[in-house]
Design a protein around this ligand. Structure first.
Ligand code: XIL
Length: 361
């Protein structure tokens, strides 16, 4: 993310700290082990959903109060923007971007290319020429509309196959019609339209200890190297970090990964942090403590080697989270994946995030 414009009348010292960091100190934070770098504040943000944003004043208030960065959770996806082939519907994204600008918050764009959340007409595309034409036109329209306003783009999302041993690329519409080149086309088009934007490859499941996850880290590095060899403009890796509460973090594996990314000159950001608590004990306080500890272990592991450009949670309050539908608990209890509880009260996870945001970690 490029430095957001400082908020002149911000009542919130943590935001001022984070914005200052984004403006300069962060450059030092990119040198692993540099003195003082470990303590640079990291901008914090959250993905925002348009429905509660429109209907709940408390939701907007929480976004304003806690976030340096806003990410439209669904409103920049093809499904939201491209109901039909001819027209673009920017209504939801425009509202969220305007809100962020009004609060001097930075915006991350999610996402220009994904194998999911495609409208029916796009799923029905059959030829290479058609797919390339639509992909390029889409990126031109969307990046151009927010040029200079959305500083960072998740250019491609989830292009690495879940088990990349063998074929490394995920089997999507884009891969079927355009082959692995779809990644390159997306990055080059975004860079052409907004040469100042930070362009990120976003993907998930890099943090656990298993041969599969180690292969996913290798696969991400291989892909980044291939792109760099071909002079494709790629600046960052977004790590989604949907952390499974019951699984330990592979600290050594993550740190080796961070060191390798540093060698490649690739910055990182945590883009979709939450804790999947479906297998944790029922007791809410125990779950909240476990989630906070896991987030702390994860952030401490990566930040010791590669300071993230931003830490973004996938939602802010337990009231609204995709985890409820995607990872429901067997006992029927509400999931508690996020830093605020369902009544917008901070949980222990927020203290951990604040440590980074306030420059004390
Ligand atoms: C999810 C949203 O949170 C849901 O509201 C939506 O119904 C489906 O998509 N990885 C991603 C995100 O990159 O875009 C997904 O977001 C969650 C998994």
């Amino acid at each position: 993310m490029r430095a957001p414009t400082p908020k002149r009348d911000s009542p919130n010292p943590t935001r001022r700290d984070a914005l200052r960091a984004a403006g300069g100190v962060l450059a030092a934070g990119l040198m692993p082990g540099a003195a003082g770098a470990q303590r640079a504040p990291i901008p914090f943000g959250s993905a925002a959903q348009i429905e509660p944003f429109r209907s709940e004043p408390q939701y907007r208030e929480a976004l304003k109060r806690h976030c340096d960065v806003i990410v439209p959770m669904n409103d920049l996806k093809w499904e939201a923007l491209r109901h039909d082939r001819a027209n673009f519907d920017f209504s939801g994204a425009d509202e969220l971007v305007a809100f962020a600008e009004g609060n001097s918050q930075a915006v991350r764009g999610h996402t220009l290319l994904w194998g999911e959340a495609l409208p029916a007409w796009a799923k029905a595309m059959t030829s290479r020429a058609e797919a390339e034409r639509e992909l390029v036109r889409h990126i031109e329209m969307v990046v151009d509309r927010y040029r200079g306003r959305i500083a960072t783009w998740d250019v491609v999302n989830e292009v690495i196959r879940f088990d990349p041993r063998g074929e490394p690329m995920r089997d999507t519409l884009w891969q079927r019609l355009l082959g692995a080149e779809h990644v390159e086309i997306a990055f080059r088009t975004a860079a052409r339209v907004d040469p100042k934007a930070r362009l990120v490859l976003n993907d998930f499941a890099f943090e656990e200890k298993s041969p599969l996850i180690a292969a996913r880290r290798r696969s991400a590095l291989d892909l980044i190297r291939r792109l760099q060899e071909r002079n494709v403009p790629i600046h960052g890796l977004g790590m989604q970090a949907h952390l499974y509460g019951e699984n330990p973090i592979d600290i050594d594996g993550l740190q080796a990964f961070m060191a390798e990314l540093t060698r490649l000159g690739i910055e990182i950001e945590v883009t979709e942090l939450d804790v999947i608590d479906w297998k944790l004990p029922a007791d809410a306080a125990t779950r909240d403590r476990t989630a906070a500890k896991l987030v702390s272990t994860y952030l401490d592991a990566i930040a010791a080697v590669r300071r993230p450009r931003a830490v973004v949670t996938w939602g802010l309050s337990d009231r609204h989270s995709w985890i409820h539908q995607t990872f429901p608990r067997k006992d029927g209890a509400q999931a508690r994946p996020l830093p605020l509880d369902a009544d917008y009260r901070p949980k222990p996870m927020m203290d951990v995030l604040d440590r980074y945001r306030r420059n004390t970690s």
